[in-house]
Design a protein around this ligand. Sequence first.
Ligand code: NAD
Length: 408
Amino acid sequence: MPQCLSASVPTLAVVKPKVRGFVCVTAHPTGCAANVREQIAHVQSQPPLTRGPKKVLIIGASTGYGLSSRIVAAFGARAATFGVFFERPTDKGRPASAGWYNSTAFEQAAHADGLYAKSINGDAFSEDIKLQTIARLKEDLGPVDLVIYSLASPRRTDPRSGEVYKSVLKPTGAPFTGRTLDTDKKEVFDLTIEPATDEEIRQTTKVMGGEDWELWIDALRHHNLLAPGAITVAYSYIGPEGTYPIYRNGTIGIAKEHLEATAARLTAKLKDLGGKAWVSVNKAVVTQASSAIPVVPLYLCILLKVMAEKKVDEGCIEQIQRLFATQLYRADGQGATADSAGRLRVDDWEMRTDIQDEVKKIWPEVTTTNLDTLTAFPRYQQEFLKLFGFGLPGVNYDAEVELDVPLA
Ligand code: NAD
């Protein structure tokens, strides 16, 4: 067969959601762009961050909390942003991943508004991507005044030893039995998970703890790429007691403790620069990462309902806007207020007693049959599909769309 025939792969297609377990394996380019535009519009509806950051590096910039951090920095503070992420471009007629389309849409919107926005797609845990980022920052921006660390990953290759660490979501110490939800099959059932081994705890901490965050900050510092007074922020979660066995006291919680301890170490390292490392404890939201954690989707279905009823519901963009405006970059120039462990808390509304009392009341009542009425399951599903660009108003999902959207 002549080569030119086999090489032509269509890049126009109608894209529909294909959900497999807790992931959607397709993403809609114009839907993802509409999602990004919605977030930009939210930020633009808020007072500008007059004391906001000027040059920002976001590691994990393409989805969830990292994407929202990039949008708030760019459109709230008019900061130049450099994003690092690990996403899949379109290949053999298949759509790219949602984070790819989010990032192309973000860059287009930023450039149209006269803002600097560049990105690197690759493994942020590797030395190569750190060095590439450093070279690009040196060329384009110089020292940054904010570094957001927002990676969520199931594995990490050690840049020195080459060992591949895998993170697991398991309890520690004793087995956990609790109610959970299969969001794809729409089934509520009891689940027992055996406790992690010491080796699994070690590996999860290697992936989701603070080691890589510290490597990034050390590398940036070494190359004089941190401006005087620079701050760095990583994100954590605590949640209510009902999720403790699987989250805070589980393997991921141990990794988060390591992340929190790393913040104190980094703050000491940044002292002579007048800099600081923060951990911000954010609220539970529907993201690709949170949908993979047992028990959390059921909690989220209940939480979404209770917080919406009390009119305090927030997604990633509202959370990060509040973090920047009321903590990190206050208009009155005052500093942030930390909790007794030195962490910033924007999970304060989620953790309010009236909210958690209501969640506790609903939780034992939920079954497969009453899921739609006792919880906000339909909203959870909407939010989940929205992560992949589906269900956005104004998008024609029956029309063919261009799948091949390049990064700038
Ligand atoms: P997410 O899955 O939406 O985003 C993860 C990001 O990491 C993406 O940009 C992805 O491209 C990037 N990434 C993953 N592996 C990478 C690699 N090897 N190299 C480069 N980039 C890589 O996740 P999220 O839910 O926004 O989580 C971000 C952080 O926020 C995590 O630390 C998480 O624990 C924390 N957090 C999440 C929640 C929640 O409910 N989702 C709540 C509080 C805190």
